[in-house]
Design a protein around this ligand. Structure first.
Ligand SMILES: *[C@@H]1O[C@H](CO)[C@@H](O)[C@H](O)[C@H]1NC(C)=O
Ligand SMILES: *[C@@H]1O[C@H](CO)[C@@H](O)[C@H](O)[C@H]1NC(C)=O
Ligand SMILES: *[C@@H]1O[C@H](CO)[C@@H](O)[C@H](O)[C@H]1NC(C)=O
Ligand SMILES: *[C@@H]1O[C@H](CO)[C@@H](O)[C@H](O)[C@H]1NC(C)=O
Ligand SMILES: *[C@@H]1O[C@H](CO)[C@@H](O)[C@H](O)[C@H]1NC(C)=O
Ligand SMILES: *[C@@H]1O[C@H](CO)[C@@H](O)[C@H](O)[C@H]1NC(C)=O
Ligand SMILES: *[C@@H]1O[C@H](CO)[C@@H](O)[C@H](O)[C@H]1NC(C)=O
Length: 759
């Protein structure tokens, strides 16, 4: 399948966003990352000296080497990035100490109510956890920076910065030491990789700060969702009014700005990861990713950086992307917690009152009051001279006749999912129109902020609207400002845009969390995506970029609850306690039609933070287990070296890849009957007995041995076997089921996905 345009960042920001490719590097030179793995140098200076010597071997002199180098990776691993000819890159790749040389590519940037919906409010309110509970946890956020004056980043009530933190507050344009505090404890920024691709940032004629200060809004939004302080009575022009706070309001933030105008260069991200690991963050959050298909783990900068983080005990939580289709999920390495997006039980209705007094339900973030009714015209009836009616129905530029739409509400259709919806309203406004009704069944739950009163309608409403327009000679309508509706059912539903698995070897994404219409802090300078380009301090946006920080916050809470837990144990706790049920006790469906979902939509299910705090059993693994998994999945020594940065030999007979102790079971080509092993670690006080139950995948009989696990004390590990006996071929499709361990209190669930190749 070919996707003309795919994207892995905030949907809302993507639509309507353009950037001219204006870089002017010398024709023959490309920005390469030269990666050398872990190092034994005593300090950064020594690494940089060695880097320059290495680079001088191809540029001719140390001075030329210094001029060519852009980034030095000198802390958590060794390497550099530089402008090189393919010839020079090739020569460097031949060096013994060089692991790999690859081009720096681009990545895209991929709450009042949501925490209540997740049940986390009750945890804090019931004094189960004090609000400053997470104050020892440091979360690194790689994004577009932060707006430090936002009330969400107030450090009121926070104790001193944890001693373990080794990061810095780097000053820059409009960002001083005073902009760091006990909440924003570190701030760094990286622009060289971006500038090499697009030219000096100044040349792009867009607002930016050469510092960690956020002019895009995205970074402030994600950081405040994770660890924003409690700010009462916030809203977006009255919509979604409530108390804003991060999921871990006591946690500290270390800000790594590597994204500019919604794009982030591999070389800059890798620098941020090198620093973050060294600075001592506990969790890293990346609401960004490459366009699908993602490169293999061995060639992908984020996968490589995340592997070093994992090896250093840091959980990396990352967004799966907003690419809608099967097989498009990114950031799928098993050492990354991959996050899909779903709705919460809140919607924003901007309804339409027709001249015949019928009310149609519409959706948008529309605070603008329309004072009276206006005439309705279909875009296809307002085509500019020489434009076919069908073309005009999409309301694209220069297709509508201003004489016909002046003073009217125009009815438009979305052509493809990636259409720029905001632009349609601008075009209507430019032509003198006063409102827009957009027929867009597939995006109706995403809160768009249009420049004129506009609303999105789906199937049922479309029929009523069309019937009215057909029968009424002078149809009129009025679009009402948005009302916030809560306790919506069913919820959650997987968002229509959320990228889907499968990925080749592991069943991704891993988990889903709130990512539709999330209110959080914003940069007052980022007005592009707000109604009438108004400056706002809090904004509502959608994307897996928004669900990822929800999961990051929950990981931060777990980390403070269980400081000794590995990143894999935290992942396991979040995944095995997830739910596949919505608030009507039905199975979670997928927007827009409530269609049946599978683990390829949401992995283990929808996050349940309260249960995750006390999962009962944990599936743990370490970086050696990851290597064994990659070995038995067929990774070559050269590939492994690309990842680890050092000579890595596979064990003689590593456990089978399906025995990798992941908290889910996936097999993409199961050949006949098979036995799979897993090991669980018990975390509880009293002796207990867990009993297995299984939801059989269609056509496969599943048995668990032993079927009961008796634990006497915490920390005890027991290995069990799961036998799969297929009775029929699944014909290239996956069949799904689950394994559940239950002791009457805890339910520990692992999804199963099998493609039965033969019986
Ligand atoms: C940034 O700093 C300059 C110089 O102090 C000042 O004129 C400008 O108003 C500042 N911009 C913002 C957005 O604070
Ligand atoms: C930025 O503005 C300058 C001067 O107005 C113009 O020459 C240049 O083309 C603009 N660049 C972009 C990328 O729009
Ligand atoms: C109308 O749309 C079609 C298909 O998108 C396109 O090929 C054609 O050029 C358009 N016609 C005009 C006059 O814009
Ligand atoms: C539409 O095109 C005209 C020129 O044909 C341009 O001036 C205007 O800015 C465009 N509008 C949008 C929203 O792109
Ligand atoms: C949902 O249903 C509508 C109306 O039947 C249809 O037009 C649309 O394509 C469907 N969308 C998806 C993603 O299945
Ligand atoms: C190692 O990484 C480089 C750079 O991405 C790539 O060209 C090479 O193919 C990789 N090697 C293997 C064995 O994957
Ligand atoms: C499945 O296993 C059988 C017996 O070992 C073998 O003949 C066959 O080629 C295998 N098929 C696949 C698809 O691996």
């Amino acid at each position: 399948m070919g996707f003309a345009q795919v994207f892995c960042f905030t949907l809302f920001l993507f639509i309507g966003y353009t950037l001219v490719h204006g870089g002017t590097p010398k024709v023959s030179e490309t920005h390469y990352i030269v990666y050398m793995g872990e190092h034994s140098h005593p300090n950064s200076e020594s690494v940089i000296r060695a880097n320059h010597e290495m680079l001088a071997s191809v540029t001719g002199s140390i001075n030329q080497a210094k001029a060519a180098a852009l980034h030095h990776y000198s802390k958590s691993f060794q390497g550099f990035s530089a402008m090189l000819t393919p010839e020079q890159a090739h020569q460097l790749a031949e060096h013994d100490s060089v692991v790999s040389v690859f081009e720096s590519k681009l990545n895209r940037l991929h709450t009042t109510r949501s925490w209540h919906f997740l049940g986390l409010d009750s945890v804090y309110n019931g004094n189960y956890l004090p609000l400053d509970f997470t104050s020892n946890v440091i979360v690194g956020v790689i994004d577009s920076g932060v707006w430090p004056e936002s009330k969400s980043f107030s450090d009121e009530g926070l104790g001193p910065v944890p001693k373990k933190f080794k990061g810095e507050c780097i000053t820059g344009e409009n960002f001083t030491q005073a902009n760091c505090n006990k909440k924003i404890i570190g701030a760094r920024f990286y622009s060289k990789g971006f500038a090499i691709d697009f030219g000096p940032l100044e040349s792009l004629n867009q607002t930016f700060f050469m510092s960690a200060r956020d002019s895009d809004g995205h970074g402030s939004h994600t950081a405040s969702t994770i660890a924003g302080s409690i700010v009462s009575d916030v809203s977006l022009s009255g919509m979604a009014r409530g108390t804003a706070r991060g999921g871990a309001p006591g946690a500290r933030l270390a800000i790594y700005k590597a994204c500019w105008f919604n794009l982030c260069a591999d070389a800059d991200i890798l620098s941020a990861m090198d620093d973050a690991i060294h600075d001592g963050v506990d969790v890293l959050s990346l609401s960004l990713g490459p366009d699908p298909p993602q490169p293999t783990y061995f060639q992908d900068a984020i996968s490589i950086g995340a592997f070093h983080a994992f090896r250093n005990g840091i959980l990396v939580s990352a967004s799966a992307g907003n690419s809608v289709f099967p097989g498009t999920a990114c950031n799928v390495a098993p050492w990354i917690l991959t996050v899909a997006a779903s709705t919460i039980d809140r919607e924003f209705d901007s309804n339409i009152y027709l001249g015949n007094s019928k009310v149609l339900k519409g959706f948008s973030l529309n605070p603008i009051k329309m004072e009276q009714s206006y005439g309705l015209i279909d875009g296809s009836d307002a085509a500019a001279p020489g434009i076919p009616a069908r073309n005009a129905s999409f309301c694209k530029n220069n297709t509508l006749d201003p004489a016909l739409i002046k003073g009217k509400i125009v009815v438009c259709i979305t052509e493809v999912f990636t259409d720029d919806r905001l632009e349609k309203a601008i075009i209507i406004q430019q032509g003198g129109g006063v409102g827009m009704i957009l027929i867009d069944h597939n995006a109706k739950d995403i809160g768009f902020q249009f420049v004129i009163p506009s609303t999105i309608i789906g199937q049922g409403a479309v029929q009523e609207l069309q019937a009215y327009m057909r029968t009424e000679k002078n149809p009129i309508a009025r679009i009402y400002p948005t009302i916030t509706v809560t306790d919506v059912k069913p919820a959650p539903e997987v968002a229509a845009f959320s990228s889907m698995g499968p990925n080749v070897i592991t069943p991704d994404p891993d988990i889903t969390g709130p990512g539709v219409n999330i209110l959080a802090a914003w940069s007052p300078l980022a007005t592009e995506d707000t109604v009438e380009h108004r400056s706002v301090d809090y904004n509502i946006i959608s994307g897996t970029s928004m669900s990822c920080p929800h999961i990051t916050a929950i990981a931060a809470i777990l980390k403070s609850f269980q400081p000794s837990w590995s990143p894999a144990a935290i992942m396991s706790a979040i995944m095995t306690t997830a739910t596949t049920m919505d608030n009507t006790h039905g199975l979670i469906g997928r927007d827009p039609n409530g269609t049946q979902t599978t683990p390829f939509d949401y992995g283990s299910g929808h996050v349940n933070p309260v249960a995750a705090l006390n999962p009962g059993l944990v599936y743990d693994f370490n970086s050696q287990d990851v290597l064994n998994f990659l070995c038995s999945a067929g990774a070559s020594p050269a590939q492994l070296k690309n990842l680890t940065g050092e000579q890595t030999v596979c064990q003689k007979s590593p456990p089978a890849s399906y025995d990798f102790n992941y908290p889910s079971i996936g097999m993409s080509n199961m050949n006949g009957s098979l036995s799979v092993y897993r090991t669980v670690t018990y975390y509880g006080k009293e002796p207990t007995v867990y009993v297995a139950s299984v939801e059989d995948p269609a056509g496969v009989e599943v048995t668990v041995t032993p079927a009961q696990l008796k634990f006497r004390k915490t920390g005890e590990k027991i290995t069990f076997r799961v036998d799969f006996i297929p009775s029929k071929n699944s014909n290239g499709n996956f069949v799904f089921g689950a394994l559940i361990w239950n002791n009457g209190i805890h339910s520990v669930r692992s999804p199963i996905g099998l493609n039965v190749v033969s019986v």
